[in-house]
Design a protein around this ligand. Sequence first.
Ligand SMILES: [Zn+2]
Length: 315
Amino acid sequence: MAMFIGLDVGGTNLKGARMDESGEVLARLHEPVVREQPEDLLAQFERAVMTLRGDAQVLAVGIGLPGIVDHATARLRGVPNLPALAALRDLDLAAEVEARTGCATFVENDGNAAGLAEAWLGAGRGAESMVFLTLGTGVGGAVILRERLWTGRSGYAGELGHVQLDPAGEPCGCGSRGCLETVVGIAGWSRRVAEKIKTRSSRLTGQKIEPATIVAAAREGDEVSIEVVDETARALGQALGGLINTLNPERAVIGGGVAAAGAFLLDRVVRDTKKCCWPQAFEDCSFRLAELGADSGVVGAARVAMRGARGRLRA
Ligand SMILES: [Zn+2]
């Protein structure tokens, strides 16, 4: 069976896997990512591919990373929060890795890759169209239409974290204000808690403020925490409602670390989405939590390799 390598480049770790077409993982790799020197980062990619390949016949390599990939020009766009990667801006990374490893290589935004993984083996299985949101430090996403990833004219499609909710909101890393990410990204949760507990009592006072703690406190009835979860759900509902009206998708999937809040968050998101879109379009969309967890990045990157190899064979 044909084999593929997926590399998931994060702000802290590089994860890799060798997989076959059925989705079975045959080898894994997990190490701290080179953060500073671009040349060292490229060497790390090369080493990772060689290690995962071993003696196996690998058809292609896929790389998922926190940046925009312009497929029209094959260049990296956007400035990810990783100096070594930011320094590779405007580089054709796929061609570079391919030249070093001899393996056909394809690069994709990490949110898009995770969306492809869920569409293939996770919560998007069987759906012809899907909107996917991944909630973590940042908020990524993907749009799948007719079983294909929609990347748009220059790779910016699926950047769902940057849907603007409030023009007077917090400044966002993209240059805009009040984007979904500023509310539902991890920093957004913490900022809202910090603001509220200045004047109100909460069991969060003195605790490490992160989404898991906030959700746990909300489950126990802490009012400030419930309010923060409700605000998060409202923001997600507003964004999803707009996407549902725009695309009329069959499925909406929420993933990322924050999605570990489970049904406690999802039920609220569904309730609030219903208020923001056409009733029939809402009825026709099923809402799910992502199923692949932390594996979605590497699985998605391997899927990027499969799609790329298939496209190249066709061409
Ligand atoms: Zn933004």
